[in-house]
Design a protein. Structure first.
Length: 583
């Protein structure tokens, strides 16, 4: 049903304010030769007043492919209200989302990271083609969050992001249960530690509401990042998806985009700066967040024309203490962070520790240190006080060495041991490894290697939660190590090292390793080495031939041709360019 937003209740604003910058949308609306264009707008239900107002895109990834993205449309209605009340005309559109939960552990996962680029491209295409004056983007799961943020930063019109929120945990046998409980339950059944009947009962009780994963996995991690970068309202990300408080936050988001339009800023690239990117990396480390953030933060930086690599992320990780006790390595969930004041509590603690830049901007255009003064201090349990961090450095580290000279990522939050040494057990794809794990054909002490799963090699850089959760559920979580040039879920735990760069398909050292080679990992020293001489590695490199390429077409073919390395964000274009129509 079409809506005439000019008839909405709420305060009216003068749509021709003298201090407002020239509206981009007038290119497509004003003038005699734009008569047909206005006819199209009238056919959508707009009247004269609505057509005269700024046109603000409202993009969501609403859909039934995952509970994470269900319910975004309802929240977007309140974004629309905020825009209308502040004098704008909302123009809603949707884009895709790929559920990592459903695509996990099969070929469908190759489309997960690709979906990030499709979302960003979709936002750019609609905003630039329709010459919208502003944009609000909503995402609910994994790649939908960075994808929306990348699109918002790329178009660089007044813009904001709103995360849809996490689901509430279920209850099973007197304890909280989430999707991670179910993933690891599969391994327990295979190990004989749980019955299939119990697992079936758990399956029906672990996710009782819509919303994204409840722990500090990729969605909640990137939700916190959105606030830290200034792209989202402070205090918004940890509010559970089903809480009514989200309505007010959504309305406020729409109003702030209109405020930025009226004031000429801040624009997304005013918010995404080197300092705010360092703050984003800090909140990931402080919360033991998803390793995927080290892929997404450089990609968001790339859209702003800032070179911010895995090395830059590593430098921040190394100086940032782990202070939030969150799953999967810890005890608490997003709803617990919300109960103590939300993500700004973590930021405020980091500010007090001198590990956070206070002079970056919020979405409202104020200094973030000023804005944080209104939020509570750490509670001491969910978020530790500065006197007693969980660990002195971050929950995620970057390892380097002759096996991964450009870096690899390990989540150390919750690990009992930070060292591992053992013989390699090599697999050339995820399927063959998963089959071996299901059948328990891997000895304790092994360093399992899954290669040719990188951005180009996959293509698509699959996530390995299905495999790592089986290992953990079988009680082998820290009795083996796993290394891959693919990705891990934010829910992955154990001695699991991913994003190995350069990837095997490009001739990285991971392609040269053989069964039985001894691999040594030392997270304290940030090192990962295969115990082979430089001469031996050189001999193997001279003899190495890339595996025969399988026939691919469509999206995978285009992605493989364009995608860059993981340590630079796995991006697919030059970045940071101003569109010629906007110069």
């Amino acid at each position: 049903m079409a809506h005439d937003d000019s008839r909405r209740d709420g305060p009216r604003r003068d749509t021709s304010r003298r201090n407002r910058p020239k509206l981009r949308s007038r290119i497509a609306i004003d003038g005699l030769d734009r008569t047909p264009h206005r006819a199209f707008l009238r056919a959508t239900g707009l009247g004269d007043e609505a057509i005269a107002r700024p046109m603000i895109g409202v993009a969501t990834t609403e859909g039934e492919m995952t509970p994470c993205n269900m319910g975004l449309r309802a929240q977007a209605e309140f974004i629309r209200e905020g825009i209308s009340e502040a004098g704008g005309t909302p123009r809603e559109f949707t884009t895709i989302g790929v559920s990592d939960g459903v695509s996990m552990n099969h070929q469908g996962m190759k489309f997960s990271l690709i979906s990030r680029e499709i979302i960003a491209d979709s936002v750019e295409a609609v905003v630039r083609a329709h010459v919208y004056d502003g944009i609000v983007g909503m995402g609910g799961c994994d790649k939908t969050l960075p994808g929306m943020m990348m699109g918002i930063v790329r178009v660089n019109v007044p813009g904001a992001f709103l995360y849809g929120g996490a689901h509430l945990p279920g209850r099973w046998r007197g304890q909280e249960a989430t999707e991670l409980t179910a993933y690891e339950g599969v391994g327990k059944v295979q190990a004989g530690a749980m019955s299939e009947a119990d697992l079936a009962e758990l399956e029906r009780n672990c996710m009782p509401t819509v919303g994204a994963c409840a722990g500090q996995f990729t969605a909640n991690t990137m939700g916190m990042v959105s606030e830290t970068l200034g792209l989202a309202v402070l205090g918004s990300s940890m509010i559970p998806a089903v809480f009514s408080e989200r309505k007010a936050i959504a309305r406020r988001t729409g109003q702030l985009v209109m405020q930025a339009l009226e004031n000429g800023g801040p624009l997304p690239r005013d918010l995404v700066t080197r300092k705010s990117l360092e703050n984003a990396a800090a909140i990931v480390a402080a919360t033991g967040g998803s390793t995927n953030a080290a892929l997404h933060i450089p990609a968001i930086a790339h859209e702003a024309g800032i070179r911010f690599t895995m090395d830059d992320v590593a430098a921040v990780f190394d100086r940032t203490p782990l202070i939030a006790d969150l799953q999967p390595g810890g005890r608490f969930l997003a709803k617990d962070v919300n109960a103590i004041g939300g993500a700004p509590v973590v930021m405020k603690a980091l500010l007090a520790l001198g590990r956070f830049h206070g002079d970056t901007l919020t979405l409202a255009g104020e200094r973030i240190d000023t804005a944080l003064a209104a939020f509570p201090d750490p509670d001491g349990e969910v978020v530790r006080k500065k006197e007693r961090p969980i660990t002195a450095d971050g929950g995620v580290v970057v390892l380097k060495g002759n096996l991964c000279p450009d870096g690899a990522l390990l989540k150390v939050a919750g690990l009992k041991s930070l060292e591992f040494r053992g013989p390699a057990l090599v697999f050339d794809d995820e399927e063959s490894c998963t089959a071996a794990v299901r059948e328990r054909r891997y000895p304790e002490g092994s360093v399992i290697v899954i290669r040719y799963e990188g951005p180009k090699g996959g293509p698509g850089m699959r996530e390995m939660l299905g495999t790592t959760a089986l290992i953990y559920g079988q009680g082998m979580g820290e009795k083996v190590a796993l290394i891959t040039d693919g990705r891990f879920s934010g829910a992955t735990r154990g001695m699991c090292i991913g994003y190995a760069s350069p990837e095997a398909a490009g001739g990285g050292p991971l392609a040269l390793i053989r069964n039985g080679d001894i691999v040594r990992i030392d997270a304290r020293k940030r090192s990962i080495e295969v115990e082979l001489s430089a001469d031996e590695l050189a001999r193997r490199r001279a003899a190495w031939q890339p595996p025969a390429k399988k026939r691919i077409a469509g999206t995978l073919e285009k992605y493989a041709a364009l995608v860059g390395p993981a340590n630079l964000g796995a991006v697919t274009h030059g970045g940071g360019v101003v569109w010629e129509a906007e110069e």
